[in-house]
Design a protein around this ligand. Structure first.
Ligand code: AMP
Ligand code: MG
Length: 423
């Protein structure tokens, strides 16, 4: 209690935060600072799911192509149906799906029809098989039917010339099904983004190597790889780069030559061995590097010769948070997507208390549970240190706590951002 009172003295946090960007400002600057790829390629439909459509699609045909039956039954002219009582209809033949009855229907006839069967010329209504009595070559139909029932009109799904998709849509399974239903075997999509990354740090060893004193395994290249795998991008892993000015500079050159986007981790603070920020400043232009958030305050963003650079912090959780909040939306925009770029949020009741000091926007790791339809509770996923990857792996959401917010009591409502299917 006493500690909290000291921490909340007015003025202190404000001073610490001068010159910092808000999370929203940083997100906006990044989205302004990236442009979509323009090169396209034509792909067979099966290679297209997950890719971003680069052309508007206009339907070349009517879907369905012919007026057809939605049921197994009998096609008739609505004017022949009885208003009361039962009427007997001769049945001259059957219209099967794909094998139509080509003779126009004569007044008073009922043509047997299967689901998907083309309506014979002159017929406008289908009576379900279950609602008739068949007797040899005739069928008895009662009253109570409506004109047009059980009929699917040509073009009712998509009409010839109608715009089906606009460019910028990420293609789903349903989308490629729609394209197939139009008879289109290929689509034009934007080329894949090339994303390179490397880790910086003298202390880093790769898996398979033995740790010496003070050394740790490089986990950031694995979390980044895993998160990028969720997007349809070409991944270029450039390994670990030691904390030496020349080596970092060389890595920047190599990465810029190979990729559209370069992501680094570590080396962005003002420690003596933090060369990422100064290298970006020297070789290109740096837009910003400090954001009022926790974890992840030092994030550099900039360009070298048109290539986009993200210098993420070294701490393993900071890498994931900053990737999700800043890098992922930028990659989606660069890939050509025009839909929503951020992840959705929802409200949940805190089922555990959450500690927070005012001043910075916090992304706490949480476990979100549904307690009833439309009702959610969230608890802390455990220790919130920016190096504690375990609580990140137990979490399924970020709990979003804006700068003014102080500690949250059990039962209070908080905004959460599920990330389970995104990273
Ligand atoms: P830095 O931003 O380089 O000062 O790194 C901050 C912290 O993150 C230090 O404790 C580093 O050892 C750690 N760290 C940096 N890079 C990695 C990495 N690739 N994998 C795991 N931990 C890292
Ligand atoms: Mg470092």
């Amino acid at each position: 209690m006493h500690n909290n009172e000291i921490e909340r003295q007015p003025g202190c946090e404000d001073e610490l935060n001068t010159g910092l960007l808000t999370v929203a400002q940083a997100q906006a600057l990044i989205l302004e600072g990236v442009t979509p790829v323009t090169a396209t390629e034509s792909l067979p439909l099966r290679d297209a799911p997950g890719r971003v459509l680069a052309e508007a699609i206009v339907s070349p045909i009517d879907v369905p192509a012919h007026t057809n039956s939605a049921m197994d039954g009998y096609a008739v002219r609505a004017t022949d149906l009885p208003e009361e009582g039962v009427q007997e209809f001769p049945v001259p033949g059957t219209s099967w799906a794909g094998r139509p009855w080509l003779t126009p229907i004569a007044p008073g006839q009922a043509v047997q029809i299967m689901t998907g069967g083309m309506l014979p010329e002159g017929a406008d209504t289908v009576v379900m098989q279950e609602h008739v009595e068949r007797d040899g070559d005739t069928v008895r139909i009662g009253s109570g039917h409506c004109r047009g029932q059980n009929v699917r009109m040509a073009g009712e799904d998509l009409a010839t010339g109608q715009q089906v998709f606009t460019a910028g849509k990420q293609l789903t399974a349903a989308d490629i099904g729609v394209l197939a239903s139009l008879g289109l075997g290929k689509v034009s999509v934007y080329r894949r983004l090339k994303v390179a990354f490397f880790s910086t740090g003298d202390e880093l060893r790769s898996v398979g190597q033995t740790l010496g004193p003070g050394e740790i395994y490089d986990s950031n290249r694995y979390t980044l790889y895993g998160m990028l795998k969720k997007l349809d991008v070409e991944i270029i892993d450039m390994g670990v780069v030691r904390d030496r000015r020349e080596l970092i500079e060389q890595a920047f050159h190599d990465a810029a030559a190979a990729a559209d986007v370069v992501i680094t981790s570590g080396g962005v603070s003002v420690g003596e061995a933090d060369f990422v920020k100064e290298t970006l400043e020297r070789l290109g232009n740096m837009s910003f590097w400090k954001i009022a958030m926790k974890p992840g305050r030092p994030v550099t963003f900039g360009h070298i010769n048109g290539v986009v650079f993200f210098g993420l912090p070294g701490n393993p959780v900071s890498v994931m948070v900053t990737y999700f909040q800043f890098v992922r939306p930028a990659l989606l925009k660069m890939a050509g997507e025009t839909g929503a770029l951020g992840a959705f949020t929802l409200l949940a009741r805190a089922s555990s208390a959450l500690r927070k000091r005012p001043g910075r926007y916090e992304f706490q790791r949480g476990v979100l549970e549904q307690t009833a339809p439309g009702e959610f509770s969230v608890r802390s996923a455990g220790a919130q240190g920016s190096g504690i990857l375990r609580s990140m792996s137990e979490a399924n959401c970020f709990i979003l706590l804006d700068p003014d917010r102080t500690s949250v009591n059990v039962g209070e409502q908080v905004e959460v951002q599920p990330f389970q299917n995104f990273i």
